[in-house]
Design a protein around this ligand. Structure first.
Ligand code: PMV
Length: 320
């Protein structure tokens, strides 16, 4: 039996543009997905994933990836299918996932995919490099969602804070020791695939305008990368505010997110923006140490929920 864990993620800069061959910056959070895998003598696949209400799910190994798959079982089952296609095995497998709320949009699907893949490789002795682990897990996400840059998969694998280009063309860890963020949840669960679809529609309708926005976001990512490494938070905050304006132009911000962002800025944040697909989920604010309480209170008064999140955390690891 083996247990592995992988971190969730928070997008810092570059969301949506990163779906279209631009870079982004992302950090790993303290909230971790844990997956335990054991081999079985019978050629059966069993899954218990209490966090997504899948308990006692069972099928023959020969049926993995075939037929109707319940929503909560998809990522683990397709991860297993993709692993088996490359490395067939005769035994069965029991997967148990736990301890990660899919609630705040921290990327539970990607983290569970990466954990499943890693745990099976550890148990079977078929070692995967981090890049192989990324590639097989990213394929799994694309097989299911059809879309996505893979930034969340890279974060689950490598951890830390990454400069990332679509599909893992570049995965570059940034050498930083702190990132003074506050995270506020808007109370609304966002659907990433729907929002990616909305931006795609906009890109088709107004290609020049939207490509100009993506290029401007790319410039901000490059600037923010340099200033994050320097620890020049005041300037990073300014880039956040600019990025938020472009995201608003893309039509993915909401009134609630805007209220939380503006409250954070008024209370003394260096800068603030939504994080991820938009339409809900979380906003982030970059905050001087002596303003943390004021900014947290302001986000709460604006109707948000401040979430305790540590950032720049370790990537995938084998627990025991
Ligand atoms: O909604 P989240 O936090 O998973 O972020 C999605 C970010 C996008 O750039 C919109 C999509 C992607 O795969 O990069």
């Amino acid at each position: 039996m083996v247990t592995v864990s992988a971190p969730g993620k928070l997008m810092l800069f570059g969301e949506h543009a990163v779906v279209y061959d631009r870079p982004c910056l992302v950090t790993a959070v303290g909230q971790r997905m844990r997956v335990t895998v054991e081999l079985l003598d019978m050629p059966e696949f069993l899954l218990d994933a209490e966090d997504v209400k899948v308990i006692g799910y069972k099928k023959q190994m020969s049926e993995v990836g075939i037929g109707e798959i319940p929503k909560g079982a998809k990522f683990v089952e397709i991860a297993l299918k993709n692993f088996l296609e490359k490395h067939p095995m005769k035994t069965g497998i029991h997967v148990t996932t736990s301890e990660f709320s899919s609630f705040f949009g921290f990327g539970s699907s990607s983290a569970s995919t990466v954990c499943t893949m890693k745990a099976i490789s550890e148990l079977t002795g078929i070692k995967l490099s981090n890049k192989e682990l990324f590639d097989l897990s990213y394929k799994t996400i694309l097989d299911i969602q059809g879309k996505g840059s893979g930034f969340d998969v890279a974060t689950a694998v490598y951890g830390g804070t990454l400069y990332f280009v679509t599909g893992g063309k570049v995965i570059e860890p940034l050498n930083i020791s702190e990132l003074p963020l506050i995270v506020g949840y808007s109370g609304v669960k966002a659907d990433t695939v729907t929002l990616i679809g909305e931006v795609k529609k906009k890109l088709e309708e107004e290609p020049e305008k939207v490509n100009r926005i993506f290029d401007a976001i790319k410039d901000l990512v490059e600037k923010a990368k340099a200033d994050i490494v320097k620890g020049d938070w005041e300037t990073v905050g300014k880039w956040m505010n600019f990025d938020q304006e472009y995201l608003r132009d893309l039509g993915i911000s909401t009134e609630k997110l805007e209220a939380m962002i503006s409250a954070a800025k008024k209370a003394g944040a260096y800068g603030a923006k939504l994080s991820g697909a938009g339409g809900g989920d979380c906003m982030i604010a970059l905050v001087p140490n002596d303003k943390r309480k004021a900014v947290g209170d302001a986000i709460t008064i604006a109707g948000g929920q401040v979430i305790d999140v540590s950032v720049n955390t370790e990537g995938i690891r084998v627990e025991k």
